[in-house]
Design a protein around this ligand. Sequence first.
Ligand code: AKB
Length: 317
Amino acid sequence: MRDILIIGATGQVGSELTMELRKRYGNEHVVAGYIHGSEPKGELKESGPSEVVDVTDGSMIAQTVKKYHIDTIYNLAALLSVVAESKPELAWKIGIDGLWNVLEVARENKCAVFTPSSIGSFGPETPHAGTPQDTVQRPRTMYGVTKVTTELLSDYFFHKFGVDTRSVRFPGLISNVTLPGGGTTDYAVDIYYSAVRGEKFICPIRPGTLMDMMYMPDALNGAIKLMEADPSRLIHRNSFNIASMSFAPETIYEAIKKVIPDFQIEYQPDPLKQSIADSWPDYMDDSCARAEWDWKPEYDLEAMTADMIEKLRARHI
Ligand code: AKB
């Protein structure tokens, strides 16, 4: 049995990861950490404990870890790629000063730590087709800089202090519970909301732009499976490429059109989002994750599209 703290529990990943972990480990064993202004609501609030945990305040993290005898921290606090370009200092403060606080508390209290990296940790010089596990990582975005640093610092704490740090490089995550907000891959979420609302979708990314994407249930399974993996099999730690599908905007549009035939799209590329997208992999090679901890996604584009549309329609969004 684990006692888990999720930092950033009300965000896109956190809101669903918290519920999934409560299902697997029991409600009382999973604490939802949030900051003022993004309080948990509904089932997330009612189903288990929650605490104000600001990642930039190490003593707050330590207090919660001690109070609930936490042994595993999922550290999800971060600014996404687009918003980080307008607030680079804050992105560093949350992503790296915050990570330092988490790792220090983990070292003192013997906690395992999961902190996601991203396809954003790669840059223009990275091989874009079949991006290898170990390759050039010279991103030119602040988001990317924080993600590469996250990988290095997490590995440092593992090698130097024995802190059990593990991580995956998430592709763009597509989900229907909490909106992402501030990322380059957000278009692949927004497009479903437009389609279900019967609106034309204005796409900020040019046709032909390939990026790795993943449906949230696979992302949650990946994170949890890695944290449960036998450590003796792990050659890598921070971070593993994981992949399930790669598509360009016209491909997801066509997949949605098969279900909603009168759906329309117009392309109005956003220069910042486009330049970030162009610097990221077309698709990653995730063979190390498959070999070292049996990573295997379930959803392809068609299965995800059917599920997204069904879920959004059921909620009358
Ligand atoms: C973003 O677009 O910033 C994120 C990511 C791919 O890490 N969704």
